[in-house]
Design a binder for this molecule. Structure first.
Ligand SMILES: C[S@@+](CC[C@H](N)C(=O)[O-])C[C@H]1O[C@@H](n2cnc3c(N)ncnc32)[C@H](O)[C@@H]1O
Length: 370
């Protein structure tokens, strides 16, 4: 699946395109063949050998992990998964760096823009972001190379498309489209005046809200200035009126009750539990009565040690140190502590928009403000 061209999207040379295609195939092979194959190896080879020796199955993640480490298939698949991730950023990064001046220039705000952009020179970057390159992405989402830098935004736009082998669609917006459709279906009478996408990154998950509710004022916030600058240029290039600002989702400068919908997508799995709780609390403050907040997540860590090991793969191998805390959070308690009524918690799943049947369903968790 090809990525839709727009004025901000980095262009690739012939050789870069060939490398993208290679990394994408490697990522796809890992995701749809090697990763699921770990279960076959466990069930057909490692588990029977363990049971024959101990008379029982592994009873902890550590035992399951030690058992799988004895398999050359498992060790090889892990190496390929990690190597594909590193190759991804090397490949896309080189291409973005080559044309960064052009991208920085194209993203600048101009008279007649449909939306607005606001960065904050004094933004304090929290330690959980500053100390870990999430997804092994060099510099994470926030590092700035200049005062007008868009590098991390452009890197993530091209990177996600290559990483997901196009599985999020031509605009990388599959998750945002699914989230907006979920809210429209579950709350057909909701007529939002203002909508906030927290941790919007390059805006993949922000634009679908403008499409779903064209009359609403749509805002996107992110802790990273390069994301915000890139997101603004991208939204203008795609003809969408969005208001972007650099803000911490757990402590924004919007007034109480300003929004009718407050969402995040792929943000909370990168945050420590106290930050997730802070985001839910801020969502409660920002919502008007009858407003809805919705986030991805709400699943639980499986009990079976091997399932648990597989679920922790990204956390363990590609720098997502907070994903285990995200999965084991007591969501009901977190929403109630944030101020929501226990009877107003919302849960649901939706099929992915693209590559149906190949990608897992998306879990949603949220709450309605009384
Ligand atoms: C994986 S990206 C998701 C981007 C977008 N929502 C999507 O699904 O494509 C996570 C984003 O959350 C942002 N982020 C993490 N913690 C944040 C916080 N406390 N406040 C605002 N943004 C945050 C990161 O900078 C990053 O851009």
């Amino acid at each position: 699946m090809f990525q839709e061209r727009h004025a901000l999207l980095p262009r690739e040379t012939h050789d870069e395109a060939a490398r993208y295609a290679f990394v994408s195939s490697l990522r796809k092979m890992f995701t749809v063949e090697l990763f699921p194959g770990m279960r076959t190896v466990y069930q057909q080879r490692q588990l029977p050998a363990f049971e024959a020796k101990h008379g029982r199955a592994p009873n902890s993640v550590r035992e399951a992990s030690e058992l799988m480490e004895k398999s050359a298939y498992y060790r090889g698949a892990n190496i390929i998964g990690r190597a594909a991730q590193e190759l991804l950023w090397d490949t896309v990064g080189e291409s973005v760096e080559r044309q960064l001046d052009t991208l920085d220039e194209a993203a600048k705000p101009r008279a007649g823009d449909l939306g607005t952009v606001r960065t904050n020179r004094d933004m304090e970057i929290p330690r959980y972001i500053d100390t870990v390159d999430i997804h092994v992405m060099p510099g994470n989402f926030h590092t700035e190379l200049s005062s007008e830098d868009t590098y991390a935004g452009a890197l993530y736009d091209r990177g996600v498309h290559v990483f997901s082998f196009g599985g999020l669609g031509p605009r990388n917006d599959g998750l945002g489209v699914a989230q907006a459709a979920f809210i429209k279906e579950r709350f057909p009478d909701l007529k939002p005046r203002r909508i906030l996408d927290m941790g919007c990154g390059p805006g993949f998950t922000t634009l679908p809200w403008k499409d779903a509710f064209p009359d609403a004022e749509v805002h996107g916030i992110d802790i990273g200035a390069p994301q915000i600058r890139y997101a603004h240029g991208r939204a203008e290039a795609l003809g969408k009126a969005i208001h972007y600002s650099q803000q911490n989702a757990a402590a924004t400068d919007f007034p109480d009750g300003y929004f009718d919908i407050v969402v995040s997508m792929l943000v909370t799995h990168e945050c420590p539990q106290p930050v997730i709780r802070g985001i839910f609390k801020e969502a409660h403050r920002l919502l008007a009565p009858g407003g809805v907040t919705l986030h991805d997540g709400g699943g639980t860590m499986p009990h079976d040690p091997f399932d648990n090991l597989l679920m922790s793969w990204f956390g363990d191998n590609v720098n997502e140190p907070f994903s285990a805390g995200f999965k084991s959070l007591d969501y009901d308690k977190a929403f109630v502590e944030a101020g929501f009524d226990p009877g107003k918690i919302v849960r649901g799943t939706r099929e992915p928009v693209y590559l149906k049947g190949q990608l897992p369903p998306i879990n949603f968790i949220g709450a309605v403000k009384e």
